[in-house]
Design a protein around this ligand. Structure first.
Ligand code: CP3
Length: 347
């Protein structure tokens, strides 16, 4: 079974020889060649130069037996393309030059011009597709809610109170802004699928900040809005995965988004999510901190996860991954230990 076949079989609900494996943020600052590239080039420059984006996306595939590549880009490409002017300073996270303050801002966002400004994130997919052989390929975008968090706050935050307040004080503006993000995201994902992505992941990094009923009322329809704009492939719905960080309390309503797969946060018990969603692909969900605890801890945690995966549905519809992205201090040895347990799993 090739890596790509294994990945596609997980979505088709077919038997697996073992779960396919990839890792959120598998390219990035924990890798030496990534740091070398970044010493020479700015972050947006890496994203916008297909040869560089491909080089850094390939580095983890050369080091680890991963079944999938994820295009090298960022969720904040979409607000940047709409005109919000996103920059990355040194070490202090993203900054939004033109944050969302009122209705006049949304009117100025350049939805019509976004596809041309996002063409680099489609070229990067096409470039990477040609370089990864029989591996699966993922495109991605940020969820409209998480993009609203950065747009309203203007920078990173622990609680994103500006966006959460906006949702309560001016839900119509919040909705207009999220609709713009959703439509730009749908356009990007459609183009990435057409350029050779096998699946797309929607990152809702800050979805867990919302209580269930607010999430259901305001965010679920926005994820649906994206999913419904993606064309079917060979009679089956486009392969979509939704990751909601801190979203344990939201898992019961995430099926209403229409996605085909859920990427579970590390705090979500695998079996609880499986009981709620027997027909969805589940992905996850090793705690990234486990990797900081070293190779032995990583291997033990991975074995425990595989045992949980195997008990349901004969181990189908599973993708092995982390419960959030790899942290910069992670060692190559710890990642290797995790990968070895998955690739040697008896299924
Ligand atoms: O292999 C991969 O997954 C790399 C592609 C990727 C990046 N960002 C590259 C990146 C992906 C899938 C993302 C998603 C992303 N970006 C999310 C959602 C996932 C998550 O981790 O919750 C979010 C919230 C962002 C926004 C973002 N981008 C922040 C807050 C930051 C700065 C903080 C940080 O983690 O470094 C970024 C920059 C960024 N995006 C880096 C990388 C490799 C680091 C840039 C650098 O300094 O070199």
């Amino acid at each position: 079974m090739t890596s790509r076949d294994r990945f596609l079989a997980a979505f088709a609900g077919e038997p697996l020889d073992r779960p396919p494996l990839w890792l959120m943020r598998q390219a990035g600052r924990y890798l030496p060649d990534y740091r070398a590239v970044r010493a020479q080039h700015g972050f947006w420059e890496v994203c916008k130069t297909p040869a560089l984006a491909t080089r850094v996306a390939l580095e983890p595939l050369a080091l680890f037996p991963l079944d999938a590549a994820i295009v090298f880009s960022d969720i904040l490409t979409i607000p940047d393309a709409l005109g919000l002017d996103v920059t990355f300073g040194t070490g202090d996270g993203p900054r939004v030059g033109r944050p969302l303050k009122g209705p006049a801002d949304v009117e100025q966002w350049d939805l019509a011009g976004a596809p041309a400004k996002l063409a680099f994130a489609v070229d990067a997919v096409a470039h990477l597709r040609g370089a990864i052989g029989e591996r699966a390929l993922l495109g991605f975008c940020g969820s409209p809610w998480t993009l609203l968090c950065y747009a309203a706050e203007g920078q990173g935050s622990d609680d994103f109170r500006a966006a959460r307040t906006l949702l309560l004080t001016d839900p119509a503006l919040a909705r207009r802004a999220m609709e713009a993000f959703a439509d730009a995201a749908a356009g990007l994902l459609r183009a990435q699928l057409a350029a050779g992505a096998d699946a797309v992941q929607i990152f809702d990094t800050w979805g867990g900040l919302l209580p269930r009923e607010l999430y259901r009322a305001h965010v679920v329809p926005m994820i649906r809005r994206i999913v419904e704009q993606l064309p079917a492939v060979g009679g089956a719905p486009a392969r979509t995965i939704l990751f909601v960080r801190g979203g344990h309390h939201l898992v019961p309503v995430l099926g209403e988004t229409g996605v085909q797969g859920l990427s579970l946060d590390w705090r979500t018990p695998w079996r609880e999510a499986r009981a709620l969603h027997p027909r969805l692909v589940l992905q996850g969900n090793i705690d990234p901190i486990t990797l900081l605890a070293g190779p032995d801890a990583s291997a033990a945690e991975t074995r425990a996860l595989l045992a949980a995966m195997r008990t349901d549905d004969g181990g189908r519809r599973c993708i092995a991954n982390l419960g959030h992205g790899i942290l910069p201090p992670t060692t190559v040895d710890a990642v290797s230990a995790l990968c070895r347990v998955v690739t040697e799993a008896a299924w």
